[in-house]
Design a protein around this ligand. Structure first.
Ligand SMILES: *Cc1c(COP(=O)(O)O)cnc(C)c1O
Length: 400
């Protein structure tokens, strides 16, 4: 008899997006003439840059000729991809060895796959609220999970706990869903904690491209000592509109070593290479060529234009919220605005009010952890026209 992994029974059913869809469908049926504005989506809306499309087409044509055909590629990614990522990091002051860069099909998969490197006795420290993937992937392997609370007092940026010795720590900055971003000093405190406790930080930098202040670190490796204690996950989903095209990368420093259960020192870079060569056959050649083009001068120019469009939307949203006196976090280095539901409303209560009164859809904060209750996420990924209209509706009718 096959015995299955009972940890799956410990996962909370996620009704969040299904519940939202049902409520929106009911509202649409009852109000067929009302235009609904969706500000709940966590997906980009801008298309791929022209030069990226050209690179994808050219690489597809390569696959049709014997002399330019590519079969299985290196599991870690092609050299041209690694060089492109290394060049991107060098521009903001981080030196990476090509051996430290692993191409992936996106940050979400690697986020889950990284649990392979750690032992079941490890204590895992996860922020609340946060991207639910960290929690669920660790529940699936039955890990001992501790939470660190995000709240208005710490600006949704929890700092190292004094009473917990965590072995593996998840940090997401700029944060999904709160939009909060750690300062250099705050990340220094995290690196100091990790070095003191021999922990490993898993740093999710999926939104690094939204950081608009050079004083705010876009990579944990801008903090001295981080290569001895941190793995960084990143994605082309948000920078390059690759949510449906799929490509990301994980950086595992050569200096990162930790003991196994017998006390043998192990290189996490070697372990990850072994894991990837065993369980992954590499990201498609075509997709890696498209990703390479994102990092070209022309590609970055176009992608940054898209990000600036979302950032302008965020400004419009923040100005509207300011006008009606709703308190919020994020929005500056992030496409997410995390607002405090006014008048002590719960997340879902606010959701219903926003939908019924204004025809606007957002995401209840309670879907991102218990500390998200009483908060609400709006995203800046919509069109300019809809963003302006949504804020006009709120400003005109709020409190009336
Ligand atoms: C969007 C996002 C990612 C990227 O996921 P992909 O699988 O690369 O699309 C990673 N982490 C967070 C927190 C995200 O919001």
């Amino acid at each position: 008899m096959a015995i299955v992994n009972g940890n799956y029974a410990n996962l909370k059913e996620s009704y969040l997006f299904a519940d939202i869809a049902n409520k929106v469908a009911a509202y649409a049926a009852a109000n067929p003439d009302k235009k609904i504005i969706r500000m709940g989506i966590g997906d980009v809306t801008m298309p791929l840059a022209r030069c990226v499309v050209d690179a994808l087409v050219k690489a597809s044509i390569d696959q049709g000729s014997a002399d330019t055909f590519h079969g299985y590629g290196p599991e870690q990614g092609y050299k041209f991809f690694q060089d492109a990522v290394a060049g991107y990091y060098a521009d903001f002051g981080v030196e990476l060895d090509a051996k430290e860069i692993f191409c992936s099909d996106g940050a979400k998969s690697d986020c889950g796959n990284l649990t392979d490197l750690f032992c079941n006795a490890d204590t895992i420290l996860i922020p609340d609220p946060v991207y639910p993937v960290y929690l669920d992937t660790n529940i699936m392997c039955g890990r001992n999970i501790k939470y660190m609370e995000g709240n208005p007092e710490n600006g949704f940026l929890p700092m190292p706990p004094k009473d917990i010795k965590a072995d593996v720590i998840y940090l997401c900055s700029p944060n999904n869903p709160t939009g909060a971003v750690y300062s250099k000093e705050q990340l220094e405190a995290w690196v100091a904690y990790a070095l003191e406790n021999d922990s490993v930080i898993l740093f999710d930098a999926a939104y690094e491209a939204f950081v608009s202040d050079p004083a705010v670190p876009r990579s944990i490796y801008l903090i001295p000592g981080a290569k001895k204690c941190a793995i960084e996950l990143c994605s082309l989903s948000k920078l390059g509109s690759f949510t449906g095209t799929r490509c990301g990368y994980t950086i595992v420093p050569l200096e990162l070593v930790r003991p196994d259960e017998q006390g043998n020192m192990m290189s996490l870079n070697k372990m990850w290479l072994r894991r990837q060569t065993t369980k992954y056959n590499g990201t498609s050649y075509i997709i890696q060529r498209g990703a390479e083009a994102i990092f070209s001068e022309e590609g970055l120019k176009q992608c940054r234009k898209n990000l600036a469009y979302y950032q302008e939307n965020a400004k419009i949203m923040m100005a509207g919220l300011d006008k009606v006196g709703i308190k919020y976090f994020g929005g500056v280095h992030s496409p997410y605005i995390w607002l405090q539901c006014p008048n002590g409303m719960g997340s879902w209560e606010f959701f219903d009010m926003l939908l019924e009164k204004f025809g606007i859809v957002g995401t209840p904060g309670a879907g991102f952890g218990k500390c998200g209750e009483g908060y609400f996420r709006l995203t800046a990924f919509g069109s300019r026209e809809n963003t302006i209209e949504a804020m006009e509706r709120i400003v005109a009718g709020f409190g009336k």
